[in-house]
Design a protein around this ligand. Structure first.
Ligand SMILES: Cc1cc2nc3c(=O)[nH]c(=O)nc-3n(C[C@H](O)[C@H](O)[C@H](O)COP(=O)(O)OP(=O)(O)OC[C@H]3O[C@@H](n4cnc5c(N)ncnc54)[C@H](O)[C@@H]3O)c2cc1C
Ligand code: FES
Ligand code: FES
Length: 466
């Protein structure tokens, strides 16, 4: 049966009869014939395809990569493309006008994506700093112009105090959309989600799709059944008390950021380098863990923080320490039919010092070569507890219990740092790959012990690209 996908595009309510696994970019360009939105990389990296998305339960638009956004994901949502921005004022959107006046565009291929990202920024922050503007542009590559005139255009548009983006349409989301060949189920409660997983064991369980949808965009992979986690109410919650922060299995990195700023600023600094705003607007914490990727950035930080998971399946719910979740290369302890209901992070305790460092070739929008996370409890000058975890060093994200043992019960001095560094080197036999040699990984992972020691002593500042 066909269930048209209903959404609004540039303020106009629409309904599309199409495959649920069609990319929004493909639909915009080939079906709606709106070709302002461009395709560059088709994998979420270049930002040429950026559009603005406001889902049925959101108050503000956020920028997303339409090349890896699927039509099934926009049921009930509002979309604004560069054409909608152009129609939002007599001379286009303020950002467009200022970009034109400032010579912020040359070949113009990146420009619709850049305009969309900046319009999205001004929607949530009318008085951005230069750093906010750089963050907003981290997922938009411009190969010709140089970013200075683009940043200036953003400042000028902000000062002009522009009005809002197109609104209208969208609304309630149906729980099943698409056509017979490709359907998307969007359950609204956990029991429904678990039962759909039982009913369609081969269906794709999709959260933000920032990992999963790449083969759809690139290799035309096709999905007959998709089950979306996004609308499951139990998975959308963030509960905080004095003991723990419970983060639902469909919460995005962008939604988590304010909590990280408040409780673990170093984690927040790292997450601002997690993909781009576009990626963080869609990508979830649960998706990052369920991948069981050795280079996912969430895992080392959450391992060091002592996080645990609540998993839900047909047999009920169970709690599992994150330590026991990663079994092998890209293999997790999730049983068939199980989903991550929530991620539980213990609140910081007295004397705890948490730091996480991402080492990548580029500062922004790059996957980690190594990611090291340290959670040290230091009473007086003695380390009374330590949890140290790395990504990029083994087949799974992993703690170095030897490095932890080298520090606990001791004060941090040259001798204990040297033995912790040796322990890090002996714990891991990292891989050689295109990102780096094994030797580089070992050296940099050990050197992060120096860095955390200096950092805790107040002797370092946040370092740009390493
Ligand atoms: C351009 C780009 C940049 C990126 N940068 C980074 C980066 O800097 N650091 C980094 O770590 N990653 C990065 N990623 C990878 C990706 O964005 C993250 O891993 C993200 O957190 C995945 O979340 P998602 O919601 O998009 O997962 P999806 O792609 O929707 O799903 C990923 C996997 O998780 C499963 N899953 C999702 N939710 C659940 C659940 N509740 N229960 C059980 N299984 C579930 C899915 O079935 C699938 O197997 C990047 C990706 C792109 C395209
Ligand atoms: S086309 Fe490059 S991010 Fe979408
Ligand atoms: S103007 Fe050519 S890529 Fe930006």
């Amino acid at each position: 049966m066909t269930h048209p996908i209903r959404f609004s595009l540039n303020g106009e309510p629409l309904s599309a009869e199409c495959r649920a696994d069609m990319t929004v970019l493909e639909w915009l360009r080939d079906e709606a014939l709106l070709r302002g939105t461009k395709e560059g990389c088709a994998e979420g990296d270049c930002g040429a395809c950026t559009i603005l998305l406001k889902r049925h339960d959101e108050e503000k638009y956020g920028p997303v990569n339409s090349c890896i956004l699927l039509m099934g994901q926009v049921e009930g949502a509002q979309l604004t493309t560069v054409e909608g921005l152009a129609a939002s004022g007599p001379d286009g959107h303020e950002v467009q006008r200022r970009m034109a006046e400032n010579g912020s565009s040359q070949c113009g291929f990146c420009t619709p994506g850049i305009v969309s990202s900046l319009a999205g920024l001004l929607e949530i922050n009318g008085d951005p700093t230069e750093s906010d503007i750089h963050d907003a542009l981290a997922g938009n590559l411009c190969r010709c112009t140089g970013y200075r005139p683009i940043v200036e255009a953003a400042f000028e548009a902000a000062k002009a105090n522009i009005g809002g983006l197109p609104t209208g349409g969208g609304g309630e989301a149906n729980t099943e959309v698409g056509i017979v060949e490709s359907t998307c189920h969007a359950p609204t409660d956990l029991s429904e989600l678990v039962s759909l997983k039982g009913q369609f064991p081969d269906a794709t369980l999709l959260a933000g799709g920032t990992d999963l949808s790449l083969p759809v965009a690139h290799a035309r992979e096709r999905w007959s059944h998709t089950i979306l986690t996004r609308n499951v109410s139990e998975l959308r919650k963030i509960n905080q008390n004095s003991e723990q922060l419970e983060v639902g299995g469909a919460v995005t990195w962008q939604e988590l950021l304010p909590y990280l700023h408040q409780h673990w600023p170093s984690f927040a600094t790292m997450v601002r380098r997690f993909g781009s705003t576009q990626i963080r607007t869609m990508g979830t914490i649960a998706g990052n863990l369920a991948n069981a990727s050795p280079i996912g950035d969430g895992a080392p930080a959450l391992l060091a923080l002592g996080a645990s998971l609540t998993l839900a399946g047909t047999g009920g719910e169970r709690d599992l320490p994150l330590d026991e979740f990663f079994i092998d290369y890209r293999k997790s302890a999730l049983a068939t039919g199980e989903v991550i209901k929530s991620i539980i992070i213990p609140m910081p305790k007295e004397h705890e010092q948490f730091r996480v460092y991402k080492i990548s070739k580029r500062y922004d929008q790059d996957i980690s070569t190594v990611c090291g996370a340290f959670n040290l409890t230091i009473a007086g000058d003695i380390v009374t507890d330590a949890r140290i975890a790395y990504g990029g060093m083994a087949a799974t994200p992993m703690r170095s219990k030897d490095a932890e043992a080298a520090l606990v019960g001791k004060s941090i001095n040259d001798e204990t740092i040297a033995s912790a560094k040796l322990a890090v080197r002996s714990t891991f036999k990292p891989m050689d790959d295109m990102r780096s040699s094994a030797q580089y990984r070992s050296t940099v992972a050990a050197n992060l012990v120096d860095r955390v020691a200096l950092d805790i002593a107040g002797e370092t500042v946040e370092v740009m690209a390493l």
